[in-house]
Design a protein around this ligand. Structure first.
Ligand code: SIN
Length: 564
């Protein structure tokens, strides 16, 4: 327990539950449905509407060994290669072995995947997969369909939900065990203002942190709230330096900011080529899978060619698909391109890498337990050990499903009881950052800690973030310039917190591995760096960074049987 809290008014209302799930993507809703099925009083808290998170935006699909001749072992091999030596093999084995049945359960819940004329699930390929293994829905609207099915199921089963609610901090009992969360409900719904949900189990499924960069495929809600909350609660986070930059994001100009349209890897899986300004296929010869190499390799290939040619983007050429295929297989991407004046049927699509996925996050064991008893994490906010230094394409929806189910089973089997929430005896209230600071943080991160990093660029980023931090501290509770509590200032404060951890870890990792690309350390260094960087926030707000060789952590009292 750090005792560090966001400045916020005291809760004005509270409700009781057995479990509170924070987030409503594939991971959150899967956990909530399974907890509900186990008879647990479950409350889902979500920042916007139930379907507003990252899941809805997933295009390509969900990876699982469903095809003829494919096996979990082959899926495991591809995942380990993409993870560049840092996957936890046991976690990956669980993922790929449970995966096919988890997808079948999702279908039983109501998700409708695309099928071939015989009614068999249609499978495509994406980067790093040696087989067709990606199930998709609505052509390129897989996440939207999964979200629809899960939201319908949550409504059918009358799971209690609180929408438009930003989670603030973890509540703990006198033993330091999870006892619920505080949250701020934004205007609509039954409750309003700051309140609390009291529960002995909290599942963080808050998604990613892409908004820490200027341009990202992530929606506006992805501001790293779960990682920041976990750090303040004293939990460990791991692998935060491994931010995946998706190679093919529609290029809308050098100054484009915020959420950018994704052009799914599945487009390359179906035969599109990456070409430079001269029409040359530059990935051929760089990797045996050419355009379908793991995503970090393709992103690097694009960046290198952009530098060689002084170009701001490359092109994805799929004119040979023809209009009919574009319309039936990739309707979402076609519409997004046309909305920006680019017709992929008649011209190559300009693309460049942009921040896409946090491979690291809140460190968990194989049951999704964090290092704080009663606090769980799943989905993008978590670091289960599945992704290592670089997530394999379309493993994220699967990870959300499989580990959410494991968490629900663990909570249902637990006899742990929380005492009443108690205030920390000496809380440190974080001064809040003014919302205008957000753009500054995003520019610092994009310039210094983006797809290409170096000791110098990271040092500059660290100094700039320290300056933002120091200004906030000097303008803190005793000063007169600290921002007022409010959604934007809480989010901006969370963004600074995750940015500092990310830069700290990226500076420490003096090598290039997976999606962490250091220009000054171009080689992978297994002797020194085949290990994770685990970070904790100290009570004095310093960051404690610890290298570790494994994903294991000592058992917490969540493992111990408890008196009912
Ligand atoms: C894509 O469709 O290219 C994104 C899939 C993913 O991020 O796994």
């Amino acid at each position: 327990m750090t005792g560090i809290r966001l400045q916020a008014p005291a809760p004005g209302w509270s409700i009781d539950a057995d479990v509170v799930v924070v987030g409503s993507g594939v991971a959150g809703l899967t956990a909530a449905l399974r907890c509900t099925a186990a008879g647990l009083r479950t409350v889902v808290v979500t920042k916007a509407r139930l379907d507003d998170g990252s899941t809805r935006w997933a295009q390509g699909g969900i990876a699982a060994a469903l095809g003829e001749g494919d096996t979990p072992e082959q899926h495991l091999d591809d995942t380990l290669v993409a993870g560049a030596g840092l996957c936890d093999e046991e976690a990956v084995r669980l993922l790929v072995t449970d995966g096919p049945d988890a997808v079948r359960r999702l279908i039983a819940t109501g998700a409708r995947f695309d099928t071939d004329p015989t009614g068999t699930i249609a499978l495509t390929r994406e980067g790093g997969h040696h087989r067709r293994r990606i199930a998709h829905a609505g052509g390129d609207a897989t996440g939207a369909e999964i979200s629809r099915a899960l939201v319908d199921a949550v409504r059918d089963r009358a799971v209690r939900t609180i929408e438009n609610a930003l989670v603030l901090d973890l509540l703990t009992d006198a033993d330091g065990r999870t006892a619920g969360v505080t949250l701020h409900v934004m205007g609509e719904g039954q409750h309003d203002g700051v309140g609390a949900v009291h529960a002995p189990a909290v599942v963080l499924a808050t998604g990613g942190m892409g908004q820490v960069f200027s341009a990202t495929t992530n929606p506006a809600v992805s501001t790293g709230d779960g990682v920041a909350l976990a750090l303040r609660a004293g939990a460990e986070v791991s692998d935060l330096e491994f931010v995946q930059f998706h190679p093919t994001v529609l290029f809308l100009g050098p100054d484009a900011e915020g959420q950018q349209p994704l052009v799914s890897e599945a487009v390359r899986g179906e035969g599109a080529h990456l070409v430079d300004a001269d029409g040359v296929r530059f990935m051929v010869g760089q990797h045996e899978l050419a355009e379908l190499a793991p995503r970090d390799i393709v992103a690097k290939g694009i960046m290198r060619r952009m530098r060689e040619q002084g170009a701001r983007h490359m092109y994805l050429d799929a004119r040979h698909f023809g209009a009919a295929m574009w319309e039936s297989r990739f309707p979402t991407i076609l519409a997004a391109c046309r909305a920006h004046g680019i017709d992929p049927v008649t011209r190559p699509v300009p693309v460049a890498p942009a921040a896409h996925y946090a491979s690291g996050g809140v460190r968990t064991d194989l049951h999704g337990r964090t290092t704080v008893p009663g606090l769980y994490a799943c989905g993008e906010v978590a670091c289960t050990g599945v992704h290592g230094a670089n997530r394999l394409a379309s493993n994220s929806l699967l990870e959300g499903l499989v580990f959410a189910e494991r968490i629900a089973d663990d909570i249902a089997a637990s006899t742990a009881r929380a005492g009443a929430p108690v205030p920390h005896p000496a809380p440190t209230l974080l001064p809040l950052l003014a919302p205008e600071t957000r753009t500054r943080i995003q520019h610092v991160m994009t310039t210094g800690a983006g797809v290409l990093r170096s000791a110098a660029s990271l040092a500059e980023a660290a100094d700039a973030l320290d300056a933002v931090h120091a200004e906030a501290l000097s303008d803190g509770p005793d000063g007169n310039k600290a921002a007022e509590p409010g959604v934007e200032s809480w989010e901006t404060t969370n963004l600074l917190c995750v940015a500092r951890v990310l830069v700290t870890a990226a500076r420490r990792r003096e090598e290039t591995r997976g999606c962490h690309w250091r220009e000054d350390r171009p080689d992978r260094d297994d002797a020194a760096w085949r290990r994770h960087l685990v970070v904790r926030l100290g009570p004095d707000r310093t960051l404690d960074v610890r290298p570790t060789d494994t994903q294991d952590f000592p058992p917490t009292d969540a493992d111990a049987p408890r008196e009912p």
